[in-house]
Design a protein. Structure first.
Length: 439
């Protein structure tokens, strides 16, 4: 693929409603894109069913939710939780009582990790054990789910699993330098990826972010056939990230955050959807714009592309509601007039020679450089310092609005999706918000 495939229009299709079932294949945590889709399913009157990743005991044992945890999860979702632990990844798995990948990585130190070597035969055995575990638990979860889906119901599966950082103590210090470091604290992302620790992380990202979508599609095949025999339809969605178009120099142009290490797994997630689509299964990855979430906050600078959304509000006719967002953003700054300067700074940032180099779609994801880190992290720190408080940032406000728009965009498009991989860019986000707020 040499260019993104954007969703340009607001779908008015309707498939899902009262009596149909929405299945959240993952767990609903804090702020994130899944919240917008859950809101749409609730509004449509669908029956909500969730899954859980389970919980780890101190000894590494994976267990279902206890009664209190289950009650809290069901209250948060507003529906039933299938209490089968679907913890993804293999970093804490082993085929026997021997060491897990996390144990092996735990022996690394800040001085030795670049040259430390892992036992790849052992890693492969642990990976196989982890894959077998989650495939078995997916099969059990689908068996229990079958009883919750009435004949004739349509079913919407929303895959939300992502991430997969190996929980080695040394990694936090490395991540802080790769994703937050500049000057003397800068560290090359390539140095990480070429190390055995980096290679292990990439493998675990694949298992959590991409392979779980495949396990869901395969594990629900029998259930999908039963639903279709009974007259229902089945759809699958997953959340991707592969950059997004924002307004740069007056035009919508693709850009991305660098270095997004999980990008390799996100591209594999797209491949899983394309393969399913070729088999006649309606599975779509929606590549969403950058927002601030609990997991994305490690990537300093990822939030910078949110600011031009304000320009899209004016371009796409968001009217008085859009102007109200400009005013709300100004009020978050120590100097309200500085918002125009921030947007001008970001346009210069995005049109700089440094950033142009990283807008290479076919080369994504690219490695970081000292010049990129200095420009991106420095710009992010300067803009953050212009706020009255770090507890109330413009990017928090705009992130919530992107989530608000993405819910109906994905929900409605999924009724009759136009392809296996689609991009939600700032233009369609703004148009959806204009429609929601009757601009």
């Amino acid at each position: 693929m040499s260019a993104p495939v954007p969703l340009r229009t607001l779908s008015r299709q309707r498939l899902f409603g009262k009596g149909d079932v929405f299945v959240l294949f993952g767990e609903l945590f804090g702020r994130g894109y899944a919240n917008g889709l859950v809101t749409e399913a609730r509004a449509a009157g669908m029956t909500l069913v969730g899954m859980t990743v389970g919980r780890r005991e101190a000894d590494g044992h994976l267990r279902p939710l206890d009664d209190a945890e289950l009650a809290a999860a069901e209250a948060n979702l507003g529906g039933r939780i299938v209490n089968v632990p679907l913890m993804a990844g293999f970093d804490l798995d082993a085929p026997d009582d021997g060491p897990t990948p996390t144990d092996l990585a735990g022996a690394m130190t800040i001085k030795s990790w670049r040259t430390d070597k892992l036992d790849w035969n052992r890693i492969a055995a642990c990976r196989a054990a982890g894959a077998a575990r989650i495939q078995a638990t997916v099969a059990e979860a689908m068996r229990q789910l079958d009883a919750l889906i009435p004949p004739g119901a349509n079913v919407f599966f929303a895959h939300t699993m992502a991430g997969g950082l190996v929980k080695a103590k040394v990694f936090l210090a490395i991540a802080n330098r790769v994703y937050k470091g500049r000057g003397e604290r800068f560290m090359s992302s390539r140095t990480l990826l070429d190390s055995d620790l980096g290679k292990l992380n990439l493998m675990n990202f694949d298992e959590v972010t991409a392979n779980t979508f495949g396990y869901l599609l395969e594990g629900s095949a029998g259930l999908r056939a039963r639903i279709e025999r009974d007259g229902g339809q089945v759809r699958y969605t997953a959340y991707g990230y592969h950059g997004a178009e924002i307004l740069i120099d007056g035009q919508y142009q693709w850009q991305t955050y660098t270095n997004y290490t999980q990008g390799y797994a996100k591209k594999r997630l797209e491949d899983v959807a394309r393969a399913a689509w070729e088999r006649g299964v309606k599975a779509t990855v929606f590549n969403c714009p950058e927002i601030r979430t609990n997991s994305s906050d490690i990537f300093v600078g990822v939030e910078l592309s949110l600011f031009p959304l304000l320009l899209a509000y004016r371009r796409e006719g968001c009217g008085e509601w859009g102007e109200a967002q400009w005013r709300a953003c100004r009020e978050l700054l120590t100097d309200p007039a500085a918002l125009d300067d921030i947007l001008a700074r970001l346009d210069a940032y995005n049109t700089s020679e440094t950033m142009r180099h990283f807008r290479a779609f076919d080369a994504w994801p690219m490695d970081n450089t000292p010049e990129l880190a200095e420009l991106m992290i420095g710009t992010a720190d300067t803009i953050t310092a212009q706020h009255k408080t770090r507890a109330a940032l413009i990017t928090d406000l705009l992130s919530a609005q992107v989530i608000e728009a993405s819910g109906p965009l994905i929900f409605n498009e999924t009724a009759s999706p136009s392809g296996p991989v689609l991009w939600l860019n700032h233009d369609v986000i703004a148009r959806q918000l204009a429609a929601l707020h009757a601009c």
